[in-house]
Design a protein around this ligand. Sequence first.
Ligand SMILES: Cc1cc2nc3c(=O)[nH]c(=O)nc-3n(C[C@H](O)[C@H](O)[C@H](O)COP(=O)(O)OP(=O)(O)OC[C@H]3O[C@@H](n4cnc5c(N)ncnc54)[C@H](O)[C@@H]3O)c2cc1C
Ligand code: FES
Length: 278
Amino acid sequence: MLDRKVKIKEIRDLGAGNHLLVITSPEQARLVRPGQFVMLKCVEDTGGNPLLRRPFTIFNIHRNARSGKPAGLELLVKEAGAGTRRLVMARPGQVLDCLGPQGQGFHLPPDLSSRVATACLVAGGVGIAPLLLLAESLLALRIRPILFYGGATAADLVLRESFERLGIDIIYCTEDASHGERGLVTGPLEQFLRIHPRKDTRLYACGPWGMMRGVHELAVGYELQCEVSLEARMGCGLGACLGCVVASEASEGRSYPLVCQDGPVMNSRLVRWDIAPI
Ligand SMILES: Cc1cc2nc3c(=O)[nH]c(=O)nc-3n(C[C@H](O)[C@H](O)[C@H](O)COP(=O)(O)OP(=O)(O)OC[C@H]3O[C@@H](n4cnc5c(N)ncnc54)[C@H](O)[C@@H]3O)c2cc1C
Ligand code: FES
């Protein structure tokens, strides 16, 4: 984990309050594993600004156009409050404090393909953020990823082209039927699992709590393994403030694991889904 001053290279407006933020940071980019995040200060440090750093998943590694070497990080930022609003108003060239890469990413041992043939990647809105690097890693391991990507409306389904470029199967869902199937993303996921009842399918989910709980329940029902990328309010991102706890079902280890240290990616069976993090 590194604490670096990073320069904003580009901020691209993706619509519906979403932005792609590209920061230059080759050292941090070289260390990233799928599912990890950074703690980014949302304003330039101009004299003790009180805004804490905010957690953002690493969407992609930005590569040097000529050499292909890691040059920085791409983050998907959705405006939510004071910090993210300030962040998306920043200008290229501004310098921010960036801590990371942080946390436990997806479990991707080299022999995963001996147990997993198909991976269902399930995203709700900005929950798409950890799934691009995951999809690329699964392809490299010769595991077939299928993306189930849902949002309230078509404008929420950002960065679709990054996944379409990989040539993987994608099922889009919107609540208003403006793109893909109508309804919640768990609908077509369940249909897929019913039609393909195979034990070598694994589920990966990131999105709103209710959606991840739904995916977890399908995993239990179909006796599949499932990893979820959790969100909690974070003060430090370092395991010091205990602000990011989530209640656990585990009989061993912490009964309140820290999302910043023990996660954000966790086995869905370790999470107590009846108690959402604050
Ligand atoms: C591990 C992790 C990865 C994340 N990755 C991304 C990402 O890739 N892209 C992205 O846009 N956002 C991501 N988030 C959420 C993001 O950190 C929050 O939206 C951000 O901290 C809000 O800061 P703010 O100052 O704008 O809003 P605040 O003024 O702090 O809060 C505004 C609203 O957002 C809610 N909120 C604040 N923090 C969180 C949080 N951690 N989780 C859920 N709701 C929150 C508050 O409850 C409030 O309703 C991630 C969070 C975590 C924990
Ligand atoms: S954010 Fe401080 S302990 Fe996790």
